[in-house]
Design a protein around this ligand. Structure first.
Ligand code: PGA
Length: 251
């Protein structure tokens, strides 16, 4: 892992969790009080219904809060069933996941994701921007082309990427247990950085990996030295597993 910067552990709870689920982060809160925690950044992204409960729970703690999506309209209005960036910010979210493959499946395309990124950044919310190829694209060796398109389209008109954290999530790896070999992942991350650098001069590009990260395979992932952390779905709902992943990343 990169050692100088903080390593991110983003917990994506997806559509899981009820009010009483917040007690499932007690051990993580204890961990965040330890001195060794200074190298770690934890961001919880629970469903919108318990965002506010989470916000109270982690108040004055070393843990950040994120939403799993926002609507593509900046202002308030008659958009039944939706929530905008101002609303999640108001509750205490300082991050938002955008472009997740499950949101793309639900209708988010590059153009909409672009709008959402602009709106989030405008509200000073940090963006966790997900990209990734599906299995057919991988097999056809189109991964690089697909990622390039996702990146350039979604970042159209965006001048500064300092508040964007990229998350490489091969779609075929999400929730399946299938993962890349460390050296292949290293290569893919390197390639993504090269693509981003074609447009942005930044030397501080942060890329997380997401897809079936668990306490068993983390020892392989930690070998991938060009990563800045992980976006964790299933395993993040079990605090013992989540903590195990964090500990094993450093030991
Ligand atoms: P997973 O999900 O860890 O359950 O594979 C990752 C994600 O979808 O962000």
């Amino acid at each position: 892992m990169m050692t100088n910067d903080k390593i991110y552990f983003v917990a994506n709870w997806k559509m899981f969790g009820l009010l009483n689920s917040v007690d499932r982060i007690n051990k993580v809160i204890n961990l965040s009080k330890k001195r060794t925690f200074k190298n770690i950044k934890i961001v919880y992204c629970p469903p919108i219904t318990i965002l506010s409960t989470f916000a109270n729970k982690i108040k004055n703690k070393n843990i950040k809060l994120g939403a799993q999506n926002i609507y593509h309209i900046e202002n308030f209005g008659s958009y039944t069933g939706n929530v905008n960036a101002k609303m999640i910010k108001d509750i205490g979210a300082t991050y938002v996941i955008l472009g997740h493959s499950e949101s793309r499946k639900d209708g988010d395309n590059d153009n909409i994701i672009n709008k959402k990124i602009q709106i989030a950044l405008g509200e000073k919310i940090k963006v966790i921007f997900c990209i990734g190829e599906n299995l057919i694209e991988r097999k056809k060796k189109r991964t690089s082309v697909v990622l390039k398109k996702q990146i350039f389209n979604a970042l159209k008109g965006i001048k500064n990427i300092k508040n964007i954290i990229f998350a490489y999530e091969p779609v075929w790896s999400i929730g399946t247990g299938k993962i890349l070999k460390p050296k292949d992942l290293y290569h893919d991350i390197k390639n993504i950085k090269t693509i981003i650098r074609k447009k942005y001069k930044s030397n501080k590009i942060k890329i997380l990996y997401g897809g079936s990260v668990n306490p068993k395979n983390i020892k392989d992932f930690k070998k991938v030295t060009n990563l800045s952390g992980f976006l964790i779905g299933g395993a993040s709902q079990d605090q013992n597993k989540f903590i195990d992943i964090i500990n094993k990343t450093f030991n």
